[in-house]
Every structure is written in C-alpha cells, then in structure tokens.
Design a protein around this ligand. Structure first.
Ligand SMILES: Cc1cc2nc3c(=O)[nH]c(=O)nc-3n(C[C@H](O)[C@H](O)[C@H](O)COP(=O)(O)O)c2cc1C
Length: 323
C-alpha cells in the first residue's frame, strides 16, 4: 500500500467563514508544518461558479488540503482535477457537516447513512489524482450511533483505497440541533476512534473534537496518527506556536509575535483591493486572545476596521504585542 504524501500529526480543522486564505496565511506565519484545510466548498459551486476565486491561495500556505462537499461522483472528480491544477496538496470529502442547507444539497453528515455512495465518491476522487484523498466524518448520525454502525461505515469507505480519515468524535443530529450546538451537545466518544484504529491499523486515523491544549493533543499520539484542532486555533492562532517542535521535531524557536503581526499587515496592504476587508482583518481579532483589557481593545479595533485605517490598526496591534 502506498504511503501518504504528507505528515498529518497536526492539522487545523476546516472551518467555514474562518479558515480563509487570509487566516491560513496567518497560521503559516506561526507554524511551518501544520496541515491546513480550506473551508468546505461545494463541488457544485466549483462546477458552476468562479472556481478561480474560490481556489485562490498564496504559495506560502502549503500544505493545504481542499475540502469539498458533494455526492455526485463526476462533480467530485472534477473538483479533484481542479485541486491538482491549483496546487493543493490533498483533497478531503466532508461527511460531517449537519447543516440543513448542506443536507438538502446531499452533502455532509447525511451521507454517513449511505456508505456505498461515499465509497464510490472517494473511488472517483482517488482515480483522478496522486494527491492524498481523505474523508472527514462523525462517529454516527441520528439513530445510527452504535459502534457497529461506525465500524461498518468505515470498513465500506476504506474499500475506496483512501488511507486517512479525520474523525470528529461525536455524532451529528440532522434534525433539532443547529451546526453550532452539534459541535457541543453530542458527547465526545474518543473511545470509538481508539477502537477503530485497532481494527484497521493500516489506515491513519486523525482525531478531532474538543482538543484545547497541546498536552492533550500530544497524548492522543499514543493511540492515533494525529490530531485536528479547530476552535482553539480560531480563538487563538498562537496555539500553533508549539506545533512544529512538538509534533514535527523541529528545533524550538521562540515565535516573534510582532514579526507575525508586521508580516501579516504587509499581506493586508498588498491585498486590500483584492480581498474583502472583513476576510483580511477578521484573523487579527483572534490575536487579542487572553490579553487583559482586550474587550476595550477589540472595540477600538472594530472602529478602525470600519474606517479601514490600516496604518493605525498596525500600530495598535504592535503596541498590544509590545505591551
Ligand atoms: C465556524 C466553524 C465552521 C466550520 N466549518 C466546517 C467545514 O467547513 N467543514 C468541516 O468539515 N467542518 C467544519 N467545522 C467543524 C470543525 O472542522 C471541527 O470538526 C469542529 O469544530 C470540532 O473540532 P474543535 O472542537 O477542535 O473545534 C466548522 C466548525 C466551526 C467552529
């Protein structure tokens, strides 16, 4: 069996409205090695829409995995071709999103009820590329929440030839819970993921859900092949500071936070006429994480964002970091 192209010990989870190209640019200034993901893009949108705009990214972001949604094999094959063309390092199929709109488009977590279809989709994607093809799923959906169901789903989808699966270790409710509550209310069941790894040791399993500190992430490597972290990085991108040394054995280097801020502002200035101000500036808001008085600072920042005063914003951030 072929090996994977990338080392997935630490990934930043795909997050709609969060893991934009701009946020990924910032994350890459902090970690050289973490595997980054795009937001989910529907394969239909790639087919019908302005795919050049949707797939745009900076070279320094690599490695980046394109996450797609869909269940039409031909559209997914087409998305895979585009991922090849646009120099992504992998493609990932989302079978974990419980949103109503996503389910109506026959995408996301509802597909966990159709393991054979998911297998066919992945087979199609694998046939188009030598990049890593992967899946992101939950441990169950609605009343299909036993370990036996989960095992049967996994044993079917790996017949496609994929070698890596990212698992958000809670089930999804398709009715009655919105996506936000679907990320907190269903209990985390890490034991399902540990057990599945024992049953299919040749497949790489990456655990996701509720990991909020580096020590707990490192502990997961005793059982599994890697971790994927979402909201903790959304809230505080400097969470990534210790990833290269702890997960990829690189020498520990103190990250110079003012250097990160300066570099990011160079990027903002270069792109101010190309990318929406909201996308460009929203990754900056998270940099106030845990800073005393950050509420007042955020208010000040919001005012500067509204007035698009980039120079003043840069000074405000540099002062904050220096303090
Ligand atoms: C704002 C937001 C948007 C998300 N969008 C996606 C998405 O596009 N695709 C996906 O597979 N998961 C998405 N997720 C789920 C995350 O990838 C992850 O599975 C979930 O947040 C649990 O991990 P965490 O506890 O580390 O945050 C999203 C989560 C958040 C908070």
């Amino acid at each position: 069996m072929n090996e994977l192209n990338l080392d997935y010990k630490f990934s930043v989870a795909p997050m709609m409205g969060v893991t934009t190209s701009s946020a990924r640019y910032m994350y890459r200034l902090i970690s050289k090695k973490a595997v980054l993901f795009t937001e989910m893009i529907a394969s239909q949108a790639l087919h019908r829409g302005d795919f050049k705009k949707m797939l745009r990214k900076e070279t320094i972001e690599s490695p980046v995995i394109l996450q797609v949604g869909g269940s039409d094999v031909n559209l997914l094959k087409y998305s895979t071709e585009l991922a090849n063309q646009y120099n992504y390092q992998g493609i990932n199929l989302n079978v974990g999103c419980p949103s109503k709109k996503v389910s109506q488009g026959k995408m996301g977590a509802c597909l966990m009820k159709e393991a054979n279809l998911v297998k066919q989709c992945l087979e199609g994607m694998v046939s188009e590329t030598s990049m890593d093809v992967s899946l992101k799923c939950r441990i169950g959906v609605d009343e299909f929440d036993t370990y036996e169901f989960f095992k049967s789903f996994i044993s079917t989808v790996i017949e496609s030839g994929i070698k890596i699966i990212f698992i958000h270790a809670r089930k999804a409710y398709l009715k009655g819970l919105d996506p936000k509550r679907n990320r907190t209310l269903p209990p985390l069941k890490y034991d399902f993921v540990y057990k599945i790894k024992k049953e299919f040791p040749h497949i790489k399993f990456i655990i996701n859900g509720g990991l909020d500190n580096i020590d707990d992430c490192l502990d997961q490597l005793n059982y599994l092949d890697g971790v994927m972290v979402g909201r903790s990085i959304q809230a505080n991108p400097f969470f990534l500071e210790d990833v290269d040394s702890n997960f990829y054995n690189l020498e520990k280097i103190e990250i110079d936070r003012s250097f990160v801020v300066k570099k990011y502002f160079d990027y903002v200035k270069e792109n101010i006429d190309l990318i929406s101000t909201y996308e460009l500036l929203s990754p900056l808001l998270a940099l106030c994480f845990g800073v005393p008085g950050s509420k007042k600072f955020k208010q000040e920042i919001n005012n500067l964002i509204r007035s698009r005063d980039i120079q003043k914003l840069e000074y405000a951030y540099l002062n904050l970091i220096a303090a």
